[in-house]
Design a protein around this ligand. Structure first.
Ligand SMILES: Cc1cc2nc3c(=O)[nH]c(=O)nc-3n(C[C@H](O)[C@H](O)[C@H](O)COP(=O)(O)OP(=O)(O)OC[C@H]3O[C@@H](n4cnc5c(N)ncnc54)[C@H](O)[C@@H]3O)c2cc1C
Length: 380
């Protein structure tokens, strides 16, 4: 293990990362490139099962892929050139010229995972405790490991955050996002054409639905091998949240029900409700083999660092998806951490500076997401 005394940058640190999804991988890759020694612990035993959904490939994500030599971002992204708003009958009400770049969770995750060395990525290994004062983690079998810094990139249900900030709880925003992904080849041609090249929205009363093309699971971008991704924000409309979030095994989920796990009556009711959408969206929903649902919530922590432990990505802040920023924020947290260590004379200074700027950034994104969502869902 190294120490940091009186240097203008901190290098060669041992860093233990809890969580091997986007946040953990961005962090591991950024720190390894800066000369540190990151090890990732991921509690899932196999490859992470994708929810297969779309991600807006913000510029910093594309830059990360290029600068770290992971993949040419062009190879795993699709583009739209117009933001289009539909009327209920399907007519185009308004269209604005705008380029947006999209990717898919699975294509991006695979590229990041392939770029990170297997011997430093431990699957099936849950971190059960973090001791911030000594940068120690305890893993599932009781083994303790001590390093220079610990990063908890454990997502919105982070147990490390629950221990560091016991009074912080995700706050349900009173609406949900129904989601789905359909192979382009499985859609009627007219439906695919209606969405091609556009980022399409329909704003109804208390609901908002949008769709865009994403690459295939392995990043395929050729027409015919892409997928259409849709997100349908909907208020509960008097329905019982517990009933919607009780999956096929009878377990009530707090935040999401994965593809294939929605109970039949819940799935049928939402498909029926699709009749209130413009025809192209109705077709899209009915052609989707596996709808899934996610609760929309807000999460804010007062600080991202305690001694030598950092909270990163969704473990610290969850902004509503309207901001299209969750994955970009995780990438931004990771590169900012590597930059802070490179420009400060001690680990403590670097972590303090990092926490300050990224906490401000996270809090402002969450506030922006609340404002955007409440206006669009008529909750303001
Ligand atoms: C399987 C999966 C699929 C997703 N699909 C989409 C999508 O299609 N579209 C989209 O917009 N967003 C998706 N997300 C969310 C998106 O990845 C995040 O919002 C964003 O990228 C920030 O990621 P994160 O790494 O901070 O958190 P997350 O992506 O939530 O990852 C947290 C990771 O930490 C692991 N973990 C948690 N606790 C522990 C512990 N104690 N020890 C070890 N490991 C632990 C979890 O298993 C998980 O892999 C998905 C997330 C996951 C995990």
């Amino acid at each position: 293990m190294s120490t940091e005394q009186s240097r203008q940058s901190v290098s060669g640190l041992d860093v233990l990362i809890s969580g091997g999804s986007m946040g953990g991988l961005f962090t591991g890759l950024a720190l390894a490139r800066a000369g540190h020694r990151p090890t990732i612990y991921e509690r899932s035993a196999g490859a992470l099962e994708s929810r297969g959904g779309g991600i807006v490939a913000q510029q910093n994500i594309r830059r990360f892929l290029s600068e770290h030599g992971i993949v040419d971002p062009e190879a795993i992204t699709t583009r739209s050139h117009e933001r289009r708003f539909l009327a209920e009958n399907g007519d185009v009400k308004r269209a604005v010229s705008e380029t947006m770049v999209f990717t898919s969770w699975d294509a991006l995750y695979r590229r990041l995972r392939d770029a990170f060395p297997d011997e430093r990525y431990r699957t099936g290994t849950a971190v059960t405790a973090v001791t911030p004062e000594t940068a120690t983690v305890t893993i599932g079998d009781g083994t303790e490991r001590t390093a220079d810094v610990v990063v908890a990139a454990e997502g919105g249900q982070s147990t490390t955050r629950a221990r560091l900030h016991p009074n912080v709880e995700p706050e349900f925003a009173s609406y949900v996002a129904w989601r789905g992904v359909v192979d382009e080849a499985a859609l009627p041609a007219a439906c695919g054409e209606a969405f091609d090249g556009t980022f399409t929205f329909y704003q109804g009363t208390d609901q908002l639905v949008l769709a865009y093309f994403i690459p295939g699971p392995d990043g395929e971008t050729e027409p015919g091998s892409r997928r259409l991704n849709w997100v349908w924000y909907d208020t509960l409309d008097g329905r019982d949240r517990g009933a919607i979030f009780t999956d096929t095994s009878g377990t009530e989920r707090r935040f999401s029900v994965s593809p294939g796990r929605l109970r039949d009556p819940v799935r049928h009711r939402q498909r029926e409700r699709a009749a209130t959408l413009p025809p192209a969206f109705e077709t899209l929903v009915s052609a989707t083999p596996d709808l899934f649902v996610q609760a929309i919530y807000d999460l804010t922590v007062p600080a991202m660092v305690a001694d030598r432990a950092c909270l990163l990505g969704d473990a610290a802040f969850v902004a509503r998806p309207h901001t299209a920023a969750g994955t970009a924020k995780a990438a931004g947290d990771a590169t900012a951490l590597a930059d802070a260590l490179a420009s400060r004379g001690s680990v403590a200074d670097a972590l303090t500076a990092w926490s300050k700027t990224r906490t401000e950034h996270g809090a402002s994104l969450v506030a922006r997401g609340k404002q955007m969502g409440d206006v669009r869902l008529n909750l303001a």
